[in-house]
Design a protein around this ligand. Sequence first.
Ligand SMILES: [Fe+2]
Length: 153
Amino acid sequence: MNNISNFNDALDAAINKEINAVNFYKKAMNIVNYPGAKDMIADFIREEKRHVQLLKAAKESKDMISVGQKSLPPDLEITKFLVDVAITENSTPQEVMIAAMKNEESAIALYAQKVKAFKGTELEPVFHELMQMEKEHKDHLENEYERNFMPDN
Ligand SMILES: [Fe+2]
């Protein structure tokens, strides 16, 4: 998605990113294998699926009907947070964890931009909540990374 000019496009881009997150964690599930990892990743998959639903519901909301075609503020940075770090079945558990942390970080940044864009509308709290949830993922990943991949911990 190269051309993100209005609020509908921005929402579609976020939905896409969440679908990518679901697929990312489904792949990660087969690779990251320290004790407890699969439970964490299963939770993440459930939550990212719920984010897709939240965003789809937001897209249908009456607020979007009124602002959907409106141009985004020009100072918003959306596109640079849409590209996720990819993993393959040959990625190591450590590479997967690092990619996951980076992707959650860009999701947080993306939603921070959306909170700004939708300020004062009914959708502002939706994006704020999404941002918080991605932040929880990132914090959780960072703790697990330190516990399982950093020596002398
Ligand atoms: Fe998400």
